[in-house]
Design a protein around this ligand. Structure first.
Ligand code: URA
Length: 444
């Protein structure tokens, strides 16, 4: 069937067969359909959705667009292969850089395929591209060796692993087709299943900084991913999170890496980031069979963070994948820095009561830290740091955040956007609620 017939069926709300979905995904991967046709397929899917059978077929076709890793050489240790992912959120991308080394320090083996920035959320792969020498698309053998020897490795989709996601991702990024349950399910799980872990822990964001703004939509996404994972033989835990405000204090690529390094080395740990990192790691430790109880696993993870175990694994992962051996000690020297770094103050003094976190993410894109065309090169140096948290006082000494910009006009535009995106109350406003809102456990 020609690709336009497959697109027409989706446009006309006719369910696609497994073979039709596989044919379209194969053609997208090989370049036999154009970016325009991929965009049309994505928009038809965004508007009309997919049944769970179609979503599972999409996921498996995307996984099978490349190879699936074979870990049989690990013998019984294959049970410790557990991966994590996030469905995306403003500030959330740094969490993978923290959880993968922490879980590795706890004894989990983490073969992590992450994503680039997507629409208004930054992504792990762009962040890691800011580290000189770090290979985000290494040969599979190097990836597997790093997982075996260090305990974890973070890379992106490659020409061998989930290449279909690589293709679709670039088009989704700039076509307003991201916020779709089947497309997110296919994108995340194709990568997860290509690296062949035995179990998955996924944080599913809800709120203004997440692709699923409402709790109900986040639950739908969590249930879709849990069902498709189970059909593919992987047990999963979904933690539905509250991303109604910027998570942590940095938004951007190089600046996000600095926040991650500061967290791992104990220089600064945002409390909500800490809670989420420990919660995700604890679930991975339990799924790996290392501990039986989540609470006990959480204590093990906290100890590994405090004794420097996670920081050491991060440093080893960076070196193994081609980055500097002293990156942890000299991160700021290695990362690109923006020439203009200035504070943004609120228009009135008071307390931060809330924000439109998506607008904050779009501010990063406007600064040059995200893409507006699939082939855009992005500015890895720009971003936001020291973002105030809900409940914090803001006045002429306590800024909303620092903007890292390429020039003065971009700083001015970003400052204006940020001021318009936040709500300030005159009386102390309550802090954000717990980061984890719900937990969904699904055994395969
Ligand atoms: N992360 C991904 O890898 N894909 C998505 O679609 C969303 C978040």
């Amino acid at each position: 069937m020609p690709p336009q017939e497959i697109i027409r069926k989706k446009r006309d709300r006719v369910a696609l067969s497994d073979a039709e979905i596989a044919a379209f995904i194969n053609a997208a991967t090989s370049g036999d359909v154009s970016e325009g046709q991929i965009g049309a397929f994505l928009m038809a899917t965004y508007l009309n959705g997919m049944t769970i059978d179609e979503t599972a077929a999409l996921t498996l076709a995307m996984r099978d667009s490349g190879r699936v890793l074979d870990w049989t050489g690990l013998g019984a240790n294959q049970a410790r292969l557990i991966d994590k992912h996030s469905s995306g959120g403003v500030g959330d991308e740094k969490i993978t850089l923290l959880v993968v080394p922490l879980a590795a320090a706890c004894g989990v083996l983490v073969p992590n395929l992450s994503g680039r920035g997507l629409d208004y959320c930054a992504g792990e792969v762009d962040m890691l591209d800011a580290i000189p020498g770090y290979q985000t698309a290494p040969p599979p053998d190097l990836f597997m060796r790093t997982v075996r020897e260090v305990g974890g490795a973070i890379i992106g989709p490659t020409l061998d692993l989930a290449p279909a996601d690589r293709k679709l991702f670039y088009v989704r990024d700039v076509t307003a087709t991201v916020e779709s349950v089947p497309l997110i399910t296919g994108s995340i799980l194709s990568k997860k299943l290509a690296s062949a872990p035995r179990g998955l822990v996924i944080s599913v964001g809800s709120g203004s900084g997440a692709y699923m703004a409402s709790l109900d939509d986040a639950r739908r996404l969590a249930n879709s991913m849990a069902e498709v994972s189970a059909r593919a033989g992987a047990s999963s835990v979904m933690l539905v999170t509250d991303l109604d405000s910027v998570l942590g204090t940095a938004v951007g690529n190089a600046v996000g890496v600095i926040e991650a390094v500061d967290f791992l080395t104990g220089k600064h740990r945002d409390p909500r980031v800490l809670d989420l990192v420990l919660a995700l790691t604890a679930e991975m430790v339990v799924l790996a069979g290392i501990e039986a109880e989540v609470a006990v696993a959480g204590n093990r993870a906290a100890a590994m963070l405090d004794n420097g175990g996670a920081a050491e694994r991060f440093a080893r992962m960076v070196e193994a994948l081609g980055g500097p051996s002293d990156f942890l000690e000299k991160a700021a020297r290695y990362l690109p820095a923006a020439p203009v770094v200035r504070a943004v103050f609120a228009e009135q003094r008071g307390f931060l009561a809330g924000m439109n976190a998506k607008e904050i993410g779009l501010t990063l894109v406007a600064l040059g830290g995200g893409r507006t065309r699939p082939d855009d090169a992005i500015d890895l140096a720009v971003g936001l740091t020291g973002f105030a948290q809900v409940g914090d006082p803001v006045d002429n000494t306590n800024p909303l955040c620092m903007v890292h910009a390429r020039d003065e006009p971009s700083f001015e535009l970003a400052a204006k956007r940020i001021r318009a995106a936040v709500q300030i109350a005159s009386a102390p406003a309550g802090a954000s609620g717990p980061i984890v809102r719900e937990r969904i456990v699904r055994r395969a």
